[in-house]
Design a protein around this ligand. Structure first.
Ligand code: 5GP
Length: 203
């Protein structure tokens, strides 16, 4: 069976990445969203096993030592990482996997899976990014300022991604994301299984 495709989506926080990913996953049953492990505190409205697997430094460092993570990084002084087992299970079942991770993780995934599709979501401007971070009311002023000052650094890494989407209109950005995913699925090398099954398989 053809293995699933890997899509990695990164963005500075406030670029609208999570809303886009959620909308995509609602409409596309072929995509499975990877749930990361993190040591950061749970925010209001989040749940363990839904948004993240929330854990502590000791457990996370054990996972690193046991090579249980496909990739991991420290973001805003917390650990974030992707469990290797879950990704393999998903790919083997033929489903596409979507990883919502930072640029450091994206680079690690690309080294292991050169066929992974790296997609970077940009806000229309730093001013609009700042407005969005203040409006969503999830982080303290100090955290927002740290995130803003890091955003410019993160954006510098967009050039290492395969695709860039500027999220100045949610619906347009969603269509761009869906097009990227469909294009990948329609590549001839990814259609060979279907070609055989539909037209050349002996009955
Ligand atoms: P947040 O704390 O706002 O949910 O996420 C902070 C940053 O960590 C975001 O850029 C998010 O994409 C990134 N992130 C979330 N999960 C992972 C992961 O498993 N690995 C890596 N490298 N980054 C992650």
């Amino acid at each position: 069976m053809k293995k699933g495709n890997i899509f990695v989506i990164s963005a500075p926080s406030g670029a609208g990445k999570s809303s886009l990913v959620n909308a995509l996953c609602k409409q596309d049953e072929q995509v499975s969203l990877s749930i990361s492990h993190t040591t950061r505190a749970m925010r209001n409205g989040e749940a363990n096993g839904i948004n993240y697997y929330f854990t502590d430094n000791t457990h996370f460092e054990q996972m690193i030592a046991k090579n249980e993570l496909l990739e991991y990084a420290k973001v805003y002084s917390n650990y974030y990482g992707t469990s290797v087992v879950k990704i393999q299970e998903c790919l083997n079942s033929g489903k596409d996997i979507l990883l919502e991770i930072d640029w450091q993780g994206a680079e690690q995934v690309k080294k292991i899976f050169p066929d992974a599709n790296l997609i970077f979501i940009l806000p229309p401007s730093i001013k609009i990014l700042s407005d969005r971070l203040h409006c969503r009311n999830t982080d303290s002023l100090e955290v927002i300022n740290t995130r803003l000052s890091m955003a410019l650094d993160e954006i510098k890494h967009a050039t290492q991604f395969d695709y860039i989407i500027i999220n100045d209109n949610f619906n347009h950005a969603l269509i761009e994301l869906q097009c990227i995913i469909q294009t990948q699925r329609s590549l001839t090398k990814n259609m060979l299984d279907q070609l055989t099954q539909r037209f050349f398989k002996e009955i």
